[in-house]
Design a protein around this ligand. Structure first.
Ligand code: SF4
Length: 243
């Protein structure tokens, strides 16, 4: 679903440097250019302290090549620090890690456009329906209630909802842009190097890239008895590789 971008002072595209966000940035750059509002585009990367080592530089490279200015924001806690503070890992009902990321992006939007300033802002994110039952139900376009206040109106746009994985890769290959190296190592998804929702292969790749993070999470499992996934320990997942 293509929308009219002309009424927005800021078109803020969130990026984790993963494939879905990259395809979204390519699409938004094309759309904004065609509608004469390319100068209103900005990318925002929320740096959680739990990413692959190269993620920040990949985000910068993609944004630079697309000529989109990139803001990097930092949540008030890094995800590993907050996990240690709470002495437990996130799960489906307690996705505090996602909230940390989102809050940092929201804070930047509030700073750039305080509520007393009249502004209409578009927040663009790259969820896809095929990723989960929750994402399947998301709206393609809606008012963002948590950010709309005073004279600031914010809308949420999810242009990738109906894309399938193959279409994402077709868009990236067609662009000729580089992509995150984790995919060539077999990752199917990318965000935090060690995500409680990731498949085993992604977790093993992530632990190889961020052994420091794996050590912290393994220590926490041992200290608290809480498992990384509700029914499976990180120790068990990573041990499968050594076997
Ligand atoms: S990638 Fe996983 S661990 Fe990281 S913020 Fe998202 S849900 Fe949480």
């Amino acid at each position: 679903m293509e929308i009219d971008l002309s009424g927005y002072q800021l078109i803020a595209v969130s990026t984790s440097a993963g494939k879905d966000n990259e395809a979204m940035m390519i699409q938004m750059a094309e759309m904004a250019r065609a509608q004469g509002v390319f100068h209103r585009l900005a990318a925002i990367h929320s740096s959680t302290g739990a990413e692959w080592i190269c993620t920040q530089s990949v985000a910068e490279k993609i944004a630079n090549l697309l000529s989109i200015p990139l803001y990097t924001v930092y949540p008030k806690w890094t995800i590993p620090d907050y996990i240690e503070h709470r002495m437990r890992f996130p799960d489906l009902r307690r996705r505090f890690c996602t909230s940390l990321k989102t809050e940092a992006i929201d804070k930047l939007i509030r700073q750039l456009f305080p509520a007393k300033k009249t502004a209409k802002i578009l927040s663009v994110t790259g969820e896809r329906r095929e990723e989960s039952a929750h994402r399947a139900k998301l709206a393609g376009f809606e008012r963002c209630k948590r950010l709309t206040a005073g004279n600031r109106e914010v809308f949420h746009y999810r242009p990738m909802l109906d894309y399938e994985t193959g279409e994402i890769w077709t868009a990236i290959r067609k662009s000729g842009l580089p992509y995150h190296p984790a995919y060539d190592l077999g990752n199917c998804r990318l965000s935090c190097a060690l995500c409680v929702f990731a498949c085993d292969r992604d977790l093993r790749n992530g632990a190889r890239n961020r052994p420091d993070l794996a050590r912290r999470y393994l220590d926490l499992e041992e200290k608290t008895g809480f498992l990384f996934r509700c029914n499976r320990s990180l120790k068990d997942i990573l041990a499968k590789e050594a076997a």
